[in-house]
Design a protein. Structure first.
Length: 220
């Protein structure tokens, strides 16, 4: 299991200290929630803050675009060379074209899907993406509880992903975001999740490294 702590849950006034505490050998990705105040109600940070973060860490970035115009926003992150740029299925009519433009820059493309969107809507898009982010809360509202129907959604999609990977040999990862804790991460692994975004669980104790190790231990 890979862990991507969400910096939106970290104390922003101590962001530099937080980045130093997140070591590359135990932190797989830094999850950056980019919110525009349109697709989701909240406004978080944009490319300037993300670029500053990228210069302060060796941990790969996992850029999650919760924005209404991903075609216009995604190119702003190309020069940072993040590990992933993920945008929402609900925000564009041209997901394949945008995924291709991301991949052409040597960046892996991710597609996020909201809890109310039928999981079957994205199955034909599996060949065009490196990772699928299945939201287990409504995007843009911090501190929500994990939606229990997410297990079934992930399990159904995981079976389709596995069939595709077995047939083609191409690896496609599943990421989950929202309400991840030590109480549910093992079950998430069991239904096929590869990457867990964790916010409040990782940062609320003030010792994010310890909490990341705790989550990984639960999956062993």
């Amino acid at each position: 299991m890979k862990i991507a702590p969400s910096l939106l849950a970290a104390p922003l006034t101590k962001l530099s200290d937080t980045l130093k505490a997140l070591k590359k050998d135990e932190t797989d990705f830094l999850h950056l929630d980019v919110m525009d105040g349109h697709f989701v109600p909240q406004l978080s940070y944009g490319e300037a803050i993300c670029e500053a973060i990228s210069k302060e860490t060796e941990v790969p970035l996992d850029v999650h675009l919760m924005v209404s115009r991903p075609e216009a926003e995604a190119p702003k992150y190309f020069n940072m060379k993040p590990g992933y740029i993920t945008f929402h299925y609900e925000t564009t009519s041209f997901p394949i074209r945008l995924a291709q433009s991301i991949r052409e820059k040597g960046i892996k493309a991710g597609l996020a899907v909201n809890p109310v969107t039928p999981i079957e809507a994205i199955t034909d898009l599996i060949p065009y993406f490196d990772m699928f982010l299945i939201m287990s809360i409504e995007p843009g509202f911090y501190g929500q509880s994990f939606l229990e129907n997410s297990y079934d959604r992930i399990s159904r999609f995981s079976k389709l992903r596995n069939e595709y990977s077995l047939k083609t040999g191409n690896e496609v990862l599943i990421e989950v975001d929202g309400g991840v804790t030590d109480k549910n991460i093992r079950q998430l692994k069991d239904v096929g999740v590869n990457i867990c975004v964790a916010g409040s669980f990782v940062f609320k104790s003030g010792n994010p490294g310890e909490k990341i190790r705790e989550l990984k231990m639960k999956c062993q």
